[in-house]
Design a protein around this ligand. Sequence first.
Ligand code: UD1
Length: 386
Amino acid sequence: MKIISVVGARPNFMKIAPFIKAIEKHNLVSSEKIEHVLVHTGQHYDDRMSRAFFDELGIPNADINLGIGSGTHAEQVGNTMIEFEKVIKERKPDWVVIVGDVNAILACSVTAKKEHINCCHIEAGLRSGDMTMPEEINRLVADRISDLLLTPDRLSSENLLKEGVPESKIKFTGNIMIDTLENNRSKAAGLSIVEIIKQNSVNHNEFIMMDNKVPDFAVMTLHRPSNVDRKEVLEPIVRFMLDEVCPEIPLIWTIHPRTRKMLDSFGLLDEIMSHKNLFVLEPLGYLEMLKLNMHARMILTDSGGLQEECTVLGTPCLTLRWNTERPITLTEHGGASVLVGNNITRIRKEYQNALSKGRNPVCPELWDGHTAERCLEEILQYKPVL
Ligand code: UD1
């Protein structure tokens, strides 16, 4: 069997790493070898957004890099389709495997299906219901046309059933990102927080230990266009952090390239850089972020992946969005995350709540570190519905 799996952007890398390991494990014990081809679309191209993850997660070099880079959505999707079609025609895989919700999954699922290739979506069935999110459009298209839909939780399987997907296409396999978390927990534990800050600092603030102990801190990440692309939304968030969070607790902000560009263009970057209790960092590696998450008093984020990791680690998580495709991570489902949108009153209230909360780790069903093996098994056992 020949499988092409596709990655494009940062959140894909931690999802594909365990899948590749599952293939390698299969090939060690089975006489029916799987030929695997890894394609990187090149949407994320900075070393810190891409190369670093391959190195630390032990992902082999991509066999093919489509070199797509930045651009409008139509440019990214269109250029990926043009290049990926050539790969499909030349390599003739039995399966194309896509993970997550970035632009690559839309482009590559459509291209694969037009070439009559089976397509498997890992992390299928997530729905935010928010059609202004490019990721929601990617998810809807990929799930509508894929042959095998591997879901991270039962709520996602139900979403697909409600949309009329035949039950035989849907398999609940668990959350593959948690495989990576479990595989790397002990490695991350060995890192030093002070060193992480020193090595990645953009504004060169020194993180001071108190009585030989790392003081409490909060972590923030922001990258969604809905939060960072408009000054009237981003500025009040920044003001709240500078005026209310930073005087109380050190804030570590790992800055996504998109956000940094926007802060600069809105004239907000200089004030952020010069605040003594705000630790501005480059985008972090996987292990470094995991280490911060294991110790943070709270995380403020608009990332879906971090919501999931906070749930497993028990870190109180303020999700700066009005909706989520991952309701299982919300406190009402037993998770660690609360939706605060970009409303400052709401952010303030939940920030105060989070300060008074402790850690409460939970493990949703099948978030057990063995999802990748189940995903591969489903592909190997797949029988088309006639
Ligand atoms: C993409 C994904 C999103 C994911 C996020 C994680 C889509 C639709 N969005 O959003 O689902 O959560 O990645 O990071 O696929 N840039 C760099 N260096 C890089 C990559 C990007 O400087 O390595 C710049 C680009 O030039 C662009 C901006 O960052 O100006 C945004 O990049 P883009 O690829 O459009 O999407 P993300 O916002 O990263």
